[in-house]
Design a protein around this ligand. Structure first.
Ligand SMILES: *Cc1c(COP(=O)(O)O)cnc(C)c1O
Length: 473
């Protein structure tokens, strides 16, 4: 399988090369040349397999000859053995036609572990094969950083630098990043906001010398392999509810549009998904864009669901590429308009195509609290604020007449990750699971740095083994 850029002006790459590069050199995002199509009978035959077996079957065609089936299988099994539920991603009913897909049983308690555990193993393998080293730099508002640190700690060929906004992540999130203490992991508390952290990361990637010498690589959801690993749970959840003989809908708490785009890919592969609901908090860029056809970011507001406090949904570019029938000129035009005018228009026929697959609902802060309460009172199940946004959006879609199609809400985080918000809404303070019981007393390792590109760059250069390795070679 080969990968092409959404902007059409970068070389097409193999899976391994796309994995290591993250962003395409023309600024676009990589997508497969085609989506393998699954017949209903082949989908039905997946029922009853283990989660790991299904992941292997579903993603192997995207990887092609780069990795043997056996190597891939071993990596997938190791990835999901870190989860603390035998089913990996269990499905729980909370109302008529309404289900939660619990994606938070991994080491850092958010759905990002599902992809990151596999990404770490894939990258390590590809680097070892090619005798290269990589420096991974990422900005995080909390969950991505913790999941990446957990997945990459202790790896020989990778150094990981995670920039988080000093004082702006929850204590649990911070301690998950600083409490690890592996020699190849560097948590940087940046004196600035998440956007400042992200612009420093972009600044590093935009210097070709720096990118090559350090072997820079990205682990945020612009990396295709993250999306790929997330396709599988749409299949396993739908199979549990009667697919391929019955349609299923999904409601997905959304920020950067990576997770829900994986659902769109599942649909393109032949999974009978009726509707994908983009569930946002008050940062409702995508809801406005789907309603009006105008994509126009505003300032970010802080909410109880901080992992969705985002105003530029990078992966939306992937959907745009598909909605324009892969016409790269149209995508480039939209992206140029975005950087010139801070907004762009979605053409009518592309918008109509998007609306055929997607609905969108914005959920306010009070509705999020009410949903945590309602779910707790009705079922005894404590949900986190991100998941509550997804549940409230699904109920609203139901009231709009979405009918009796079963709807799966992706439960993206464990409630113990956001104990203050959960306790304020339900009166219950969720406890950390046993493997994290000592988190609040672990020694923290972090470096506080000013919001300055040159300072961050020299810090990374002095600690990256890739820089030393590549200059010695
Ligand atoms: C990252 C995250 C999201 C948003 O996922 P995207 O792929 O960025 O849309 C939702 N909920 C939680 C808990 C997250 O960590």
């Amino acid at each position: 399988m080969h990968y092409i850029s959404t902007r059409g002006n970068a070389p097409s790459l193999t899976f391994s090369a796309a994995l290591l590069s993250g962003l395409a050199t023309d600024g676009g995002l990589y997508l497969p040349q085609a989506y393998p199509h699954w017949q209903a009978g082949d989908i039905a035959a997946l029922a009853g397999n283990s989660f790991a077996d299904n992941v292997a079957a579903l993603i192997a065609p995207y990887i092609g000859p780069d990795l043997s089936a056996e190597t891939l299988k071993t990596m997938i099994e190791a990835s999901y053995s870190t989860f603390r539920h035998d089913a990996v991603a269990p499905l729980v009913q909370i109302d008529d036609h309404l289900f939660l897909l619990e994606l938070f049983h991994g080491p850092t308690l958010a759905f990002k572990d599902v992809a990151m555990q596999l990404l770490g193993r894939l990258m390590d393998h590809v680097l070892r094969q090619s005798g290269r080293r990589a420096t991974i730099v990422g900005a995080t508002s909390g969950d991505t950083g913790a999941a990446a640190i957990e997945a990459f700690r202790g790896l020989d060929n990778v150094d990981l630098f995670i920039l988080y906004p000093h004082g702006r992540v929850s204590e649990v999130q911070r301690r998950q990043m600083t409490g690890v203490g592996a020699a190849n992991v560097h948590a940087i508390a940046l004196e600035g906001t998440f956007d400042d952290a992200q612009s420093i990361v972009k600044g590093l990637f935009n210097q070709p010398a720096c990118r090559d010498e350090l072997g820079l690589s990205a682990v945020n959801s612009i990396n295709w392999a993250r999306i790929l690993a997330q396709i599988s749970y749409y299949f396993t959840a739908a199979l549990s509810l009667g697919a391929p003989h019955r349609d299923v809908s999904f409601s997905v708490p959304t920020g950067n549009f990576g997770d829900i785009f994986a659902g769109y890919v599942a649909k393109r592969m032949g999974l009978p998904i009726n509707r994908l609901t983009v569930a946002t908090n008050s940062n409702d860029l995508l809801v406005r864009a789907l309603a009006s056809g105008l994509y126009r970011p505003r300032d970010v507001v802080a909410t109880q669901s901080p992992s969705m406090d985002i105003q530029v949904s990078s992966n939306f570019e992937r959907l745009l590429f598909e909605a324009y029938n892969r016409d790269v000129a149209k995508v480039c035009e939209a992206m140029a308009q975005l950087s010139r005018e801070r907004q762009f228009d979605i053409a009518a026929e592309a918008l109509a195509r998007i609306r055929r697959d997607f609905a969108a609902e914005a959920v306010s802060e009070s509705e999020t609290r009410e949903e945590m309460q309602r779910t707790y009172r009705a079922t005894g199940i404590v949900i986190d604020p991100h998941t509550a946004v997804g549940v409230a959006a699904a109920r609203r879609q139901g009231r709009r007449g979405a009918g009796a199609t079963p709807t799966v809400v992706l439960a993206t985080a464990h409630p113990a990750k956001f104990p203050e918000a959960v306790e304020a809404a339900t009166g219950v303070r969720p406890a950390l699971p046993p493997h994290l019981a000592d988190l609040m007393t672990r020694r923290e390792h972090r470096t506080r740095l000013p919001n300055d590109l040159a300072t961050v760059e020299s810090f990374i250069r002095s600690r990256s083994r890739a820089a030393q390795h590549n200059s010695a070679a």
